[in-house]
Design a binder for this molecule. Structure first.
Ligand code: GDP
Ligand code: MG
Length: 189
């Protein structure tokens, strides 16, 4: 059993040369504001672990959190946040990260359950499909949905991404958190 409460911040990396390879990686990725930091905090039952922001695009770094001395949870910068005319910072740093990381064991891909996946989400799906890394879809903020909205987003995800393997979570209401812990544990142990 992994003790997710035993999680500690270790390092912010700003490029592939700063990334730590002494433990395996579970990457958290999704567009800005999808709820990545909140989910990390809920998963580790530690509100102060990752910075929860009101302004999108806050995280520009790969933040390493060591869980139970076993693996890193890595909080990636959100994609889909571009300054006009500038290349998405995500593209450069993340393609380096993905393509040079033998320790990446699982990608936890977060999608906002309140919205249809965006073009950025779909582009990321294309990219992810080409990588040889297992991915787990997590639908965030499910506390905001009623029954029919839940049904609708599930159908959309199943159609777009051709899988019925996803977890619905609410960091706010602590729903789906144990299931996510179990899925990560099964992959990492
Ligand atoms: N209702 C609800 N709001 C959430 C949930 N998770 C995150 N949020 C809110 O969404 C916003 C972005 O969250 P954050 O974790 O910083 O997203 P990040 O940019 O992906 O790291 C914040 O205002 C959070 O309070 C959730 O499970 N339910
Ligand atoms: Mg964040």
């Amino acid at each position: 059993m992994i003790n997710f409460r035993k999680a500690k911040f270790v390092k912010s990396a700003c490029g592939k040369d700063d990334v730590l390879y002494d433990y395996d990686h579970v990457l958290f990725v999704g567009k800005s504001n999808v709820g990545k930091s909140s989910l990390l905090n809920a998963l580790c039952d530690n509100k102060g672990l990752a910075y929860v922001s009101k302004t999108p695009g806050h995280t520009k770094l790969l933040n390493h959190f060591l869980v139970d001395e076993q693996f890193y949870l890595v909080d990636a910068p959100g994609y889909g946040y571009r300054k006009l005319g500038k290349k998405d910072q995500f593209d450069e740093m993340m393609s380096q990260y993905f393509e040079h990381n033998p320790r990446l064991k699982l990608v936890v891909w977060l999608l906002d359950s309140r919205h249809e996946p965006s073009d950025d989400d779909c582009n990321f799906y294309e990219y992810l499909s080409k990588l040889k890394v297992p991915a787990l879809i997590v639908l965030t903020k499910c506390d905001k949905l009623n029954q029919s909205e839940r049904f609708k987003i599930k159908r959309t995800i199943e159609n777009l991404f051709e899988t019925s393997d996803y977890i619905m979570v609410s960091s706010l209401k602590k729903q789906g958190i144990e299931e996510l812990q179990k899925r990560i544990g099964d992959t990492m142990l």
